[in-house]
Structures are given as structure tokens and as C-alpha cells.
Design a protein around this ligand. Sequence first.
Ligand code: ADP
Length: 182
Amino acid sequence: MTRLIFLGPPGAGKGTQAKVLADSHHIPHISTGDILRAAVSEQTALGIKAKGYMDRGELVPDQLVIDLIRERLGQPDAKPGWILDGYPRTVVQADSLDGLLTELNQSCDRVVNFDVPDEALVERMFSRGRKDDHEDVIRRRLEVYREQTVPLIDYYQTREKLTSIDGNQSMEDVATYLSQVI
Ligand code: ADP
């Protein structure tokens, strides 16, 4: 069983690593960012609510992603394991996830924290060219990360779940290191 949370700033390369690892472990890669972007492009009720926040680089309200994750982790393919990428991002979300996992009789094995210096993040996001990858929005996403998500590093450290990894290396090197620590 593999149940992992990938934590880290925007542009840290969590999604790329999560995809590869999830495929090789035959478990779903659950990215709240991907799910929200799909909802926006399909103009679902969730997408319509989320769009403005995402365009500004703000987090969408906790309750929206809490409901989304409850629904997603309840699906049968998520029973044997999962990689959560981009969730939780706030202490409220982390507390909620704790409760949900208890209900599901599951627990997270490890929280992997991707460490990447700011300059590298900004450069990666620029070259990615996504719609929310404009300079002012990137800056806001980094601020929001610092204010709301960084506290989760301590949160999971205290719970002895945290492993930090140097995300400022080649994709291959990060993947190799990751396979050693999980
Ligand atoms: P990145 O890691 O590059 O910021 P993501 O794809 O993870 O990109 O997220 C894109 C956007 O989706 C975020 O800026 C935010 O608006 C929204 N989002 C994703 N996950 C969450 C979450 N757990 N809580 C609140 N908002 C979220």
C-alpha cells in the first residue's frame, strides 16, 4: 500500500514525479489542481466557483476542495493507495484529511516535501506557460504558499511523517531519490 502526500511550492515538480510514481505503483495520482482545471474547462458548478480564485493565484475556499477530496478518496480505485498532489494546502485541509482518513480506516505513509529555491520556481513556471503562470499571479501563488502551506511542514514534521527532498535536481535524480525514501 502506498499513500503519499506531496507537499511543496508551485512549480516544484510534484506533479511530474507524482504521475510517474503513481503509474508504476498502479494507484491514482490525485491532483486537486488538475481536477479543478478540468472543472473550469467543463464549466461545472465547482469550476465556475473556483475559476476566479485560480486566475488570481489564490487558494479556492477550503470547503470546495475538502468536498472534492472526500468524493475522490471514496472512489474504489483509491482504496489500494494514492498520491495526493497539491492537497492539503492549509491546516484546515490537513485537519479535515486526518478525519477523513480515520473514517476510511486509512493512514498516510509519508509526506514528501519538495524543496526548491524561489528563483528556480519562477523560472520553471515561466517556461511552463500555463494560464495562471503570469508574473504577478506567480508571485501571489508563492506568497499564498508561504502564508498558508508552509505551516504544514511543521505540522507533518511533528507527526513524524515528513521527508524533505531536494527538488532542485534533474527529474531523474529526484525520481531516484524518491524511490529510495518511500
Ligand atoms: P501549482 O502547484 O503550480 O500552484 P496546482 O495545479 O497545484 O498548481 O494548483 C493550481 C491552482 O488550483 C492553485 O493556485 C489554487 O487556486 C487551486 N488549488 C489547487 N489545490 C488546492 C487546494 N488544496 N486548496 C485550495 N486551492 C487549490
